[in-house]
Write a protein that binds this ligand. Sequence first.
Ligand SMILES: N[C@@H](CCC(=O)N[C@@H](CS)C(=O)NCC(=O)O)C(=O)O
Length: 85
Amino acid sequence: MADITMYELPGCPYCAKVRSKLDDLELDYDIIEVPRSHDERTEVEKVSGQTGVPVIVDEAHGVEGMPESDDIVEYLEETYGSGAA
Ligand SMILES: N[C@@H](CCC(=O)N[C@@H](CS)C(=O)NCC(=O)O)C(=O)O
């Protein structure tokens, strides 16, 4: 199992943006596809408190459920990018 888990919906452009960043940084990650129906997105709601995607979990860094693609991309760059400590 990879360190990072990403919740996504196929065809979601915001998810594609995050995936592209994960791939650029050559990170290993698992994908969990959420149901189309918001009512059925119980797992992503449990981890992030909302039903939108993308959401990532990065337990090694204490990230239990981060939504918002821009925030995720920024987090990945800061944590794993060339400027990371
Ligand atoms: N501002 C959000 C938008 C994400 C978004 O709209 N995702 C769609 C799928 S492409 C979704 O899950 N929407 C759920 C909703 O409308 O609550 C982001 O950048 O992550």
